[in-house]
Each structure stands twice: as structure tokens, then as C-alpha cells.
Design a protein around this ligand. Structure first.
Ligand SMILES: C[S@@+](CC[C@H](N)C(=O)[O-])C[C@H]1O[C@@H](n2cnc3c(N)ncnc32)[C@H](O)[C@@H]1O
Length: 325
């Protein structure tokens, strides 16, 4: 006999929502890594013991944790969630408020940017985590043939990529982000890594090329999950932006972009992430471009597209382009 909840997908959604939010909260409070490495006792989860007990009981009921001695550990399912925690932090930490106010945005009772805003810090932290796992390995392969000594990261978030590049290749960096919270987080991370002498950060509108100082000294410009902010103003604006960026870079410099591509509209799709990513960006008045569109944009801007690669991130796309030498 079917259980009472069989064929009632609403309850799956409730479970997913509560699990995603609470699991992300463990990461956002700094206890998830410890939980993954050596397990966590109820006392270590937070000062609210009643709630900590409730959370661990819940996550155990849902197959995410198990108890051994006085410590909770991740089950196999919990380990998978841990691997993909960046996506959960990105959504639950970054976009809870716009999704909670979705109705008001829909009816026009509230406007995005005026009354409702995503949380820049958690968008940056979540993107960094998911990028490290699902984008960076392909990026490293793409960059292995390039020569560069200074990198600009437009829409740098918490500057994790510049920190990694300095660690691995010793190149200096310039991080640009419009979000003061993201740049504050970036400066904290850069200081903690002892790299303040090598990586500069600035709060600036990266969609206005003239506001970015020092692009002439940069031989690699990266934009990871930023260019859709420019595409918001239309395809021609995107081409114009890339053309202006190219004009400021030295001859032979490279541009490396990561984006999530659009999935076909008005058709049912099995894509695991693209439709959700697209809808969340609709909240901000943004839409996504498909693979052909990205190739056309770079080409029309006068850049030579050298590679287009699909990283592990669902619906993700990497574009490597070069300004002619
Ligand atoms: C999805 S996050 C990606 C962060 C980082 N590139 C990464 O991959 O981890 C997009 C970043 O672009 C920044 N951003 C959005 N609009 C921007 C603008 N006009 N100028 C500069 N940064 C912007 C956001 O604040 C956010 O940190």
C-alpha cells in the first residue's frame, strides 16, 4: 500500500527546502567543515541547545546525519550534499529574501534593488565554493597553455580565484566587485592568506569599463558569472562591453568567462540546474544567453574564441578568447 504521502510532491519540496536551508546554515555558521572532518556534538553546533538537538534529529531523520557516540557524522547522502554545499549556500544564503518576496516582486508591490535585494556576501561565498569544485578544474586545464603575470577578476566575489592563482602561479591580481559585502569578504580572505601585497581589490561597477583602473597592465581578464549582469542591458550592450574591455587590454591578452547557459524556453527540460538559475536571475531582470550567443558576442567584439568548454557545473560554460597580438 502506498504511504499517505506517496504521489504528493509538495512534501518532497518542503523536505528539500528545509534540508537545503538548514544544511546551508551549518556551513554559514562555520560548523559544516568540522562536521565533515570529525563529526560534531550538539553542543558544538550552536548555543541554542534545543534548536541544535532539533536540527540534528531532523537531519538524521532525513538520512543526512547519523549518531556515533556523542557526535553526529555525515551519511553518504550528507557527504554528497557537503560536496555540493556551494549551490545550497548560493541559494539559501544568497536568494532566500528575493524568493520569499517573490509575490511582491511579481505584483509590483516591491521592486528588486529598491525594497528587495539578494545577499551579496553569501552569493559570493556560495559561488566560490561551487566554482572551486565544478569550474576550477576545467579552468586550470584551459589556462595551462597561457602566459600571464597579472589577472583582473571582474565580479570577483570573495576573490578566491585570485588567491588560488597567486598560490599556484605567483601572479598578481586585481579584484573588482560592485558589492561592498563581497569586497569586504574578499579583503578578509586576502589578509588571512597573507596576500595583501599581491592582490588589490576595489568596489566598482565592473560593467563600466572606464571605472576599472589598470586594465592596461593585465594579460588575463576573468569574468566568472558576471557577464550576464551586462547582458541585462541587451546583446548589443554586451558586445560593446567586450569591445571596450578588449580595447583596454594589451595585445595578445586573454579573456576567460564562466557562465550558465540558457536552456530552451517553453519546453520541458531535464536540466538539473539551468531553469532554476535562470528564474533566480529573472528576479533581477536578467536573462541568460545560449552557447551560440556567447560565441557570437565575443566574436562580434573582435575577440578570437579559442575554446568553449563545458565544466562539471550543470549548464555551465567556459569561454576562452584572445585579443589579437
Ligand atoms: C555569482 S557571483 C560570482 C563571484 C565570483 N566571480 C565567483 O565565481 O565566485 C557574481 C559577482 O558579481 C558581482 N557583480 C554583480 N554586478 C556587478 C557589477 N556591475 N560590477 C562588479 N561586480 C558585479 C556580484 O556582487 C557578485 O560578487
Amino acid at each position: 500500500m502506498n504511504s499517505p504521502a506517496a504521489n504528493r510532491p509538495a512534501f518532497d519540496l518542503i523536505r528539500g527546502h528545509v534540508t537545503a536551508s538548514t544544511f546551508a546554515a551549518l556551513d554559514m555558521t562555520g560548523s559544516l567543515d568540522r562536521l565533515a572532518e570529525r563529526g560534531l556534538s550538539v553542543e558544538e553546533a550552536g548555543s541554542n541547545r534545543f534548536l541544535s538537538e532539533g536540527l540534528f534529529r531532523y537531519l538524521s531523520q532525513r538520512g543526512v546525519l547519523y549518531l556515533e557516540g556523542d557526535r553526529y557524522h555525515l551519511t553518504e547522502t550528507g557527504r554528497s550534499l557537503y560536496e555540493d554545499r556551494g549551490y545550497l549556500v548560493w541559494l539559501a544564503g544568497g536568494y532566500s529574501e528575493p524568493l520569499r518576496r517573490f509575490g511582491d516582486l511579481l505584483t509590483g508591490q516591491a521592486t528588486y534593488r529598491k525594497e528587495v535585494l539578494r545577499d551579496g556576501k553569501w552569493v559570493a561565498v556560495g559561488s566560490a565554493l561551487l566554482g572551486k569544485k565544478d569550474v576550477q578544474p576545467e579552468v586550470v586545464k584551459l589556462m595551462s597553455d597561457l602566459e600571464f603575470s597579472r589577472v583582473a577578476d571582474i565580479g570577483c566575489g570573495n576573490a578566491h580565484f585570485l588567491i588560488t592563482l597567486h598560490d599556484q602561479l605567483g601572479c598578481s591580481g586585481l579584484g573588482v566587485d560592485i558589492s561592498p559585502e563581497a569586497v569586504e569578504e574578499a579583503r578578509r580572505e586576502i589578509d588571512a592568506a597573507g596576500k595583501s601585497a599581491h592582490i588589490d581589490t576595489v568596489v566598482a561597477d565592473g560593467s563600466d569599463i572606464s571605472s576599472i583602473q589598470g586594465l592596461e597592465d593585465v594579460d588575463l581578464a576573468v569574468t566568472f558569472f558576471f557577464l550576464h549582469e551586462v547582458y541585462e542591458k541587451g546583446f548589443d550592450a554586451l558586445v560593446d562591453y567586450l569591445r571596450q574591455l578588449a580595447a583596454r587590454l594589451p595585445a595578445g591578452a586573454h579573456v576567460l568567462t564562466a557562465e550558465v547557459t540558457a536552456t530552451p524556453s517553453s519546453t520541458r527540460t531535464d536540466d538539473v540546474f539551468g531553469p532554476e538559475f535562470a528564474l533566480v536571475h529573472s528576479v533581477m531582470g536578467q536573462y541568460l544567453l545560449d552557447e551560440d550567443g556567447w560565441r557570437r558576442a565575443f566574436t562580434e567584439a573582435g575577440l578570437t574564441v579559442k575554446a568553449m568548454v563545458r565544466p562539471a557545473m550543470p549548464d555551465g560554460l567556459l569561454v576562452l578568447a584572445q585579443k589579437n597580438a
